[in-house]
Ligand binder design. Structure first.
Ligand SMILES: N[C@@H](CCC[C@H](N)C(=O)O)C(=O)O
Length: 287
């Protein structure tokens, strides 16, 4: 049995068990099983997965994210805001703006500190979205982009736009977000063979040129209350489809609350939203 101190945090209800790898030592070959164990609502703590806050050779801190099925993702927008909050409050960093390494590259976080020294709001420069099929990855002509492309599923033709924010997203537009086929099309598209690494599946209702409703079926975790990279991908997809404008802030309404996202004229995507600590404790892992 291994005692693992943890902090549970969430960004708009997208909640993970955070382990401080500056202090703890988890075996690489057990990470996937530990993520599954901590995430269980019956025999674990209950979460959308596990995030490791690690030392880095190229930044003050590195994030690794495991979904609740044990698979490792390459990026996590809500997780990045929580990692930034943790790193600043625990004095792993001293500047309000600092880099975070992810498996898909470096991003830059800026924390807003309250009078009590707490961080509640974080902006992350998520970098440049990746649009070609080989970057998603998605089967088909390598360098082509997938914008409102017919996407047949079990005899019905939907239209998909794909964007990578370091992890893959497939976006579908719907008339009414409440009627989005989250639990049917979500898992079906997640594992579709056209996506060799699976895909996060998002449904978007356009409210105006600067406002979207959004729901997500996450790769490896199913329905979550929010997906930061997914919301960034939805804003990029909406510009590409001529539904919203580039260079202006778009409010994305997720099940867990709102994110404020701009795809800048310079090319980077900026995401601003909350990060909160739920509790701390010790998990007893039995391998
Ligand atoms: N919830 C996250 C994304 C987590 C990883 C994703 N499920 C994947 O496998 O790519 C976010 O806030 O971006």
């Amino acid at each position: 049995m291994q005692a693992i101190p943890f902090t549970k945090m969430h960004g708009l209800g997208n909640n993970y068990i955070y382990v401080d790898m500056f202090k703890e030592n988890l075996k690489e070959e057990e990470l996937s099983d530990i993520a599954i164990a901590v995430s269980s609502i019956y025999t674990g703590i209950g979460s959308d997965g596990m995030i490791l806050i690690c030392p880095s050779d190229v930044a003050p801190v590195k994030m690794r994210i495991f979904n609740n099925d044990g698979s490792e993702g390459k990026n996590c927008g809500n997780g990045l805001r929580c990692v930034a909050k943790y790193a600043y409050e625990k004095k792993l960093v001293h500047d309000k703006t600092f880099k975070i390494e992810t498996l898909s590259g470096l991003v830059e976080a800026t924390v807003q500190e309250s009078e009590t020294g707490e961080v509640n709001i974080v902006t992350v420069d998520m970098g440049v979205p990746r649009l070609s099929r080989d970057q998603i990855p998605m089967q088909g002509s390598e360098k082509s982009e997938v914008i409102n492309e017919p996407f047949p599923v079990d005899g019905e033709v939907y239209h998909i736009t794909t964007v990578s924010m370091g992890n893959p997203h497939g976006i579908f537009y719907v008339e009414n977000i409440e009627a989005a086929p989250l639990t049917t099309l979500g898992p079906r598209v997640e594992k579709d063979e056209r996506f060799p690494e699976s895909v996060n599946v998002e449904f978007v209702e356009v409210v105006s040129e600067s406002e979207l409703h959004f729901r997500v079926w996450e790769r490896g975790s199913g329905i979550t209350q929010a997906c930061g990279t997914g919301a960034c991908a939805a804003v990029v997809a909406s510009v590409l489809n001529g539904k919203t404008k580039r260079g202006i802030e778009t409010t994305v309404h997720l099940a867990g609350g709102d994110l404020f996202i701009t795809w800048t004229e310079e090319g980077n995507v900026l995401m601003t939203g909350p990060a909160e600590t739920i509790c701390t404790g010790t998990f007893f892992y039995r391998s």
